[in-house]
Design a protein around this ligand. Structure first.
Ligand SMILES: [Zn+2]
Length: 241
């Protein structure tokens, strides 16, 4: 863990509570150095607790018990002060603006190891490991559809859907009732005030990247496979509570 870079951009967590979620981002800048400097520049008013380089080298910029500034206007599961609730982890990648790239194995292994350590230390549930695009549906697209969420979930970091026959059966009715479907997305954590199709797009980015890619350019619509995946995730999140 490298501590050369320190960010002054933090304040106290609301209520002084311990973090209870992990929020994953990509840096979206041309280099790791540029991202680290920006996140430590008082003028940027931006920061994250951790930055993970492509090599896996991990920087600790803000103490865990402080409120770093990475989420912006966001929502998850009834919370709007996501900075107070979360630990922010920035994963170095040029992002969509500068040439979105696959995430190297070394970087993902370091991300998994850090998340596992934090989840254990703060008793954070896998259901509360999400991406910036999950909590800021209309504003953010990071860490993006190339981020290997399925691999993280295999190591207990985050959830991955594994729908069974009963989920597909229930999904057939569910997609005919879009209000009920929207409520289930909100029940899982997504912002209920966001448009349903945009919510589905955010969901695909994270939990169904193959749908996301095939739908690129056209609005994502409710479909049986998506609804079945959502039902599977809701069941998993209840099982681990
Ligand atoms: Zn972000």
């Amino acid at each position: 863990m490298f501590k050369k870079y320190k960010s002054p951009n933090f304040n106290a967590r609301d209520g002084g509570n311990a973090p209870n979620m992990l929020l994953l981002h990509y840096t979206g800048m041309q280099s790791a150095k540029a991202a680290l400097e920006r996140l430590c520049d008082p003028k940027s008013e931006l920061s994250a607790h951790y930055v993970i380089e492509k090599s896996g080298k991990t920087h600790h910029l803000v103490p865990d018990d402080k409120r770093a500034w990475h989420a912006g206007k966001s929502y998850w599961s009834g919370e709007i002060d996501i900075n107070s609730a979360s630990i922010g982890i920035e994963i170095v990648n040029p992002g969509h603006e500068f040439g979105y790239q696959e995430f190297p194995d070394k970087q993902i292994n370091a991300t998994i190891a850090l998340c596992q350590k934090l989840m254990e230390h703060y008793s954070i549930s896998p259901a509360r490991v999400v991406g910036h695009s999950d909590v800021a549906i209309t504003r953010k697209i990071d860490p993006g559809h190339l981020f290997p969420w399925e691999r993280l979930a295999r190591d207990g970091v985050g959830l991955w859907p594994s729908p069974v026959e009963m989920d597909y059966q229930a999904a057939e009715d569910l997609i005919l009732n879009t209000d009920a479907l929207h409520e289930l997305f909100a029940g899982f954590g997504y912002d209920p005030s966001a448009d349903l199709n945009e919510t589905i797009q955010a969901f695909h980015r994270h939990y169904a990247p193959e749908n996301f890619q095939s739908h690129e350019g056209t609005p994502d619509q409710p479909d049986i496979a998506t609804a079945a995946k959502l039902l599977s995730l809701i069941r998993q999140s209840h099982e681990i509570e």
